[in-house]
Ligand binder design. Sequence first.
Ligand code: ZN
Ligand code: ZN
Length: 279
Amino acid sequence: MKPTDYHTHTPLCRHAEGSVREYVQAALQQGLAEYGVADHAPMPNEPFDDWRMLSSELPAYFDWIAEAECLARDTDLQIRCGLECDWVSGIESWIDHLHALRDWDYLIGSVHYLDNKWDFDNPLSMAFWNQTSVEEAWRRYWDLYLDMVRSRQFTIMGHADLIRKFGHRPSGDLKRYYIPVIEAMADAGSVLEINTAGWSKPCEEQYPSREFLSLACEAGIPLVINSDAHAPQDIGKDFERALTLAKETGFSHLARIKRGRIVLMPIDDTGSQDEPEQA
Ligand SMILES: [Zn+2]
Ligand SMILES: [Zn+2]
């Protein structure tokens, strides 16, 4: 099968490395059908933090995508362009602004911040965990995630349950957090990602959890497998393992996305047709 990788970064975000040539070569080596670039989007009120591109760097970002297209021209590799956008409360009009900047293939919505200021997945922000209970952090995370899904501003919902990156997880049945979000995703027609980066993080587990995946599958939510690569060697990383997990949790199809249109491909046969044109 030919996989796709829609969640990858560029050095413009200040914590990724590699050249566009190296990323395209890695995508070709991994036998990807599609290499999707979705770097951390600018935020209003700059500088917002030090791990994203500035608005003034968007032209350089578009150059990266154009160069990737150029490098892939004589190959079967398709280039997709998106952004990984941060969801914080009150951000809707900014997301509309980002949407209007070009004809994106997709925007990924991610929650990295609680209270618009605590980037809980940042190793440098660990002290904040001492100021809250795990239950409270989870509640606030999933409340924000739910608002993000309901906004319908994103095609792909990024690394659901990133809140357990460092292993923080409340006791009891976690379905109380998962089910409302999954119902909202089914309602909004969102695509879920298996984000393989979690396997290399302290939690040593993909995002989202196996239980979340099974429930999402039952709800009929389309799935993609993404690496969240911040270096060329991470493109397509652990995709075989993710594919096995997708099948084990019930998925029979994976989604392909182009210009916001979603097409489902049989999971065992995603290489038979490279262009999702039949939607
Ligand atoms: Zn990043
Ligand atoms: Zn992210």
